[in-house]
Write a new protein. Structure first.
Length: 263
């Protein structure tokens, strides 16, 4: 990737958060990853947008180069750590872009800091009912833990294949490495999502909103539900299964540029 993308660390009360940054000027875009990726998932999108926007992509605590989390955190705690990192970087007002779990954190940011979040962009919003969260928790709550025979390596590879990572070998390999690093963080983040009432939090969001999702994204049914919650919000269907920023960066770039130009 381009050397124009800079890596650095931001301090929080709990530890350091690793981030990548490119571009300058204007209101920054804070990019929040999905589980169990890292800020690497935004590299292609950052290079495209960095010509005109300052883009900052964070590794959520427990992922990438950021500090590991003890116990079971809440989405509100992730939000606080992200806010501390943003403060440490020196950003005041920003646009928030979140993918899957990142969208859950982004909703918290927009709801609790309306004076700072200029807009909220979400790829795979998650307005799940309590019953749906309970159902998801039965399948996405336990870590894929290391085993002496190495079977967890193939299990992780197959898990990511079912989500669409196998459409690009380099993507698949990168996501496996990120997921292996975050084998604890993955379960922690997912359990935090199942404990969040996304819809109740989203009802407190007043800034301009952009919804994005691919039809073969696991959260596509809830993308449609989110549109019903906020019919006036901008909404764009893209492609790329659960890895849209890697597999359809051009579609996301177009949607972001249009949205920000209009807002």
């Amino acid at each position: 990737m381009s050397a124009l993308i800079r890596k650095a660390y931001a301090d929080t009360n709990a530890g350091q958060i690793h981030y990548r940054e490119i571009g300058s000027g204007g209101t920054p875009l804070i990019m929040l990853q999905q589980t169990a990726s890292s800020s690497q998932m935004y590299l292609r999108l950052m290079e495209a947008l960095g010509k005109d926007f300052r883009c900052i992509s964070l590794d959520t605590p427990g992922f990438g180069g950021s500090f590991d989390v003890q116990g079971q955190p809440t989405i509100e705690e992730y939000r606080k750590w992200v806010t501390e990192a943003i403060d440490s970087i020196g950003v005041t007002t920003y646009h928030a872009f979140g993918h899957h779990t990142g969208a859950c954190i982004g909703v918290e940011l927009a709801a609790t800091s309306p004076q700072r979040v200029a807009s909220l962009m979400m790829c795979g919003p998650a307005p799940l009912t309590a019953e749906e969260r309970a159902e998801f928790s039965q399948h996405f709550s336990e870590p894929i833990a290391p085993t002496a025979d190495g079977a967890y390596l193939l299990e992780t590879w197959e898990y990511l294949r079912t989500l669409g990572a196998d459409r690009d070998l380099a993507l698949h390999h990168r996501e496996v490495v990120d997921t292996l690093r975050a084998w604890r963080g993955r379960a922690q983040a997912y359990n935090a999502v199942w404990n969040q009432d996304w819809t109740a939090t989203f009802e407190r969001v007043n800034c301009p909103v952009l919804f994005l999702c691919a039809e073969d994204d696991v959260l596509y049914p809830y993308f449609r539900r989110a549109q019903q919650l906020r019919p006036e919000a901008a909404s764009v269907t893209i492609s790329g299964a659960n890895f849209e920023p890697d597999l359809d960066p051009e579609g996301i770039e177009r949607a972001i540029r249009k949205f920000l130009a209009e807002n």
